[in-house]
Design a protein. Structure first.
Length: 423
């Protein structure tokens, strides 16, 4: 899945060298600039409820009905802020026309005190979710890494982190057996470990048939003095683990392509903390993965590129990037990049998607391609805080725009990647 949300958001809020001689750019009219692709923006989570929230994913219904996300709740007066993300599910609310207006009361599903990340809905069993969780409060001896220049990245790898599963929803039985319509989310359930391995395991998602789980696993020995993760697949039927991407440099944040033939992910393969995007073709044999056939690098520049996610067409990825501010890393925006295994990375066309100040990261699409959800710092600012908090946003895909017509997304446009990001 993606690396923990704290990575980019810490990068966007950490102390910086003085920039008094560098005037801040004027805010852009992001609604107008994003309108060719995204319309009817709605802020889904808010600062009055969550100190910060993000890394949200839709369920697999069309149109989607629920989201799963991680967040730090606003503490009760007199209590301290939780140092770890909790996992939540929430039902989307809609008006009479079917347009999303927000969410119902979110339900916290993770155990108290635990650290959690990377939730995902089971595409077949409508009552179950998976996510990374320590279940118990993690120890203080957490491994962390990644720093770009003077910026502090808070990217934690709790050794207790496991991929867990949880029956969250009440599901009625259909006549004749089988799972029926999903009911309300239930309180009081507890997650169980899906599989147990030493070290950090998280960033998980399913194949479309719900059999295979893609995940990142931190190996025993560090690389270049820091934790190093590989990408693997777990077979829920046989219990077998198959390594897919095993290379020095942290590889993670993987997702299956819509046809389950490829995966996308980000990597610190060069060891310079400037994450780049890759795709790899899975070698399936008799319906089971045995490795990868080929790996293709999608970006190769001087920006931090991460959290890639497939469009349902499979023709392009969306991702978060520091390309608009590669020196200070104070602003991340969502970009789209075409996927064409026949082209070198330098020839892959790109297009900027978001235009707001602060972090716009972790973009995902609904399965029907009609909605994009992401984490943004573009809402109201709380007095005394330096910038808007990170919260979840959803926008509709403009039915006349490129997201709705993937074959035309990059037509008649200059490559919108800033020249300053070229390697």
């Amino acid at each position: 899945m993606t690396l923990t949300l704290a990575l980019t958001l810490a990068a966007c809020t950490a102390a910086q060298p003085s920039t008094a001689h560098q005037p801040e750019p004027q805010p852009l009219d992001w609604r107008t600039l994003e309108a060719p692709l995204l319309v009817n923006h709605v802020q889904i989570t808010t600062r009055d409820r969550f100190v910060k929230a993000g890394e949200a994913y839709f369920d697999h219904e069309s149109p989607p009905k629920w989201i799963i996300f991680q967040a730090v709740p606003v503490p009760v007066p007199g209590e301290k802020e939780d140092p770890h993300y909790a996992m939540y599910v929430a039902k989307l609310t809609r008006d009479a026309t079917g347009r999303i207006t927000g969410i119902d009361e979110p339900l916290r599903i993770s155990p108290p005190g635990s650290a959690n990340t990377c939730g995902w809905f089971d595409p077949v069993n409508p009552s179950r979710v998976i996510y990374g969780s320590t279940i118990e409060p993690p120890s203080n001896e957490q491994k962390s890494g990644f720093q770009v220049g003077s910026r502090r990245y808070v990217w934690m790898f709790p050794a207790e982190m496991e991929v867990v599963q949880q029956e969250v929803f009440a599901v009625a039985d259909r006549a004749g057996g089988g799972a029926g319509p999903r009911g309300p989310a239930r309180e009081g359930t507890m997650p169980s470990v899906l599989f147990s391995l030493p070290n950090y395991d998280a960033e998980c998602s399913f194949t479309r048939d719900g059999r295979f789980v893609l995940y990142a696993h931190v190996r025993d020995e560090p690389t270049r003095g820091r934790p190093d993760a590989d990408i693997c697949i777990y077979d829920t039927q046989t219990g077998e683990h198959t390594p897919l991407v095993v290379a020095d440099g942290y590889d993670g944040g993987p997702f299956f392509s819509p046809d389950d033939k490829w995966i996308c992910y980000r990597s610190d393969r060069r060891g310079d903390d400037l994450l780049q995007l890759f795709i790899a073709e899975i070698d399936w044999m008799d319906g089971r993965p045995v490795g990868i056939r080929r790996e293709i690098q999608i970006t190769d520049d001087s920006a931090v590129n991460w959290a890639p996610y497939w469009h349902p067409s499979g023709k392009f990825l969306v991702y978060g990037s520091s390309a608009v501010d590669p020196q200070r890393h104070s602003n991340y925006e969502v970009f789209a990049v075409e996927v064409d295994p026949g082209k070198p990375s330098a020839n892959l066309r790109q297009r900027r998607v978001t235009f707001a100040a602060g972090a716009d990261v972790l973009p995902v699409f609904s399965d029907d391609g009609k909605l994009m959800m992401w984490t943004a710092q573009r809402g109201p600012m709380v007095e005394g805080e330096p910038k808007p908090s990170s919260q979840v946003w959803i926008a509709e895909v403009n039915p006349a725009g490129g997201f709705a017509k993937p074959g035309t997304l990059f037509d008649n446009l200059p490559n919108q990647r800033p020249e300053s990001a070229a390697k």
